[in-house]
Design a protein around this ligand. Structure first.
Ligand code: ATP
Ligand code: MG
Length: 225
């Protein structure tokens, strides 16, 4: 049975996939057999008549995974909306058992599984269940991706507080810089303030396309050992 890590964020579009692919590449380079999942992806474009889950494809490539895309990504939808709404508009109900079944199949053949959520921790998956319910069901440790900007302390602590209240093991926070913020004075203080509450495992610099990708610190890689 693989060890599972669930990548959530304090928001959407803040670098979950960016960081997850860095982690997948780094673990792969260390000879670790890694599986990936993006259980639900919304906002998928249509290519040749089929929906393309870009995050799932990026994760699959980074992990050099030969697993079928339908196991990596059991649910994909066109509307760029939260999973429950996108599913409802598509006439589908997201079933956590279907996700868990795919997860177990991947778990049986890999050392580590990295699962990327969608949006944040309490994003609804259907009328009764949300992403946190899925984390609990998969017995995954949580990694919280947080964009270093004003407001991130509150968003990160809320996510940690919520996870801990639900019995989810928070492995740590990864601060990310999805855009340069030269005028944001908070950037200097975010790490030390969040560290008072949860381990900050990495501070990923802004890395525009074409630049050499950052090395991940040992503190982060150690979490996967
Ligand atoms: N450290 C970084 N340096 C440069 N660009 C970044 C960095 N982190 C994220 N980005 C860019 O920011 C955008 C959003 O990142 P990403 O797609 O990883 O977010 P996400 O949290 O996975 O979004 P979603 O909620 O849609 O899954 C992407 O264009 C990505 O390339
Ligand atoms: Mg993503």
């Amino acid at each position: 049975m693989a060890r599972a890590f669930f990548i959530t964020g304090t928001d959407t579009n803040i670098g979950k996939t960016f960081v997850a692919t860095l982690v997948a590449r780094a673990l792969k380079a260390r000879g670790i057999d890694i599986g990936v999942m993006k259980p639900v992806e919304t906002g998928c474009a249509v290519k040749d008549g089929a929906l393309v889950p870009m995050d799932a494809v990026a994760l699959k490539e980074a992990a050099e995974s030969g697993d079928p895309l339908d196991l990596i990504n059991p649910y994909r939808f066109s509307p760029p909306l939260s999973p429950n709404v996108a599913a409802r508009l598509s006439g589908v109900e997201i079933d956590l058992i279907k996700i868990e079944t795919a997860f177990k199949m991947l778990s049986a053949v890999h050392e580590i599984i990295i699962v990327e959520g969608a949006g944040g921790l309490l994003v609804p998956l259907n009328d009764d269940q949300n992403m946190a319910d899925l984390v609990v069901r998969l017995k995954a440790r949580l990694l919280i991706i947080a964009p270093s900007r004003l407001g991130v302390i509150n968003h990160t602590l809320m996510t940690c507080e919520c996870a801990r209240a639900l019995g989810i093991d928070v492995a740590g926070v990864i601060l990310n810089h999805p855009a340069p913020r030269p005028d944001d004075a908070s950037v200097k203080y975010n790490r030390s303030e969040i560290e008072r509450y949860a381990p900050v495992l990495a501070d990923i610099p802004y890395t525009p396309a074409g630049d050499i990708l950052p090395e991940l610190p040992e503190a982060l890689l150690k979490v996967f050992k």
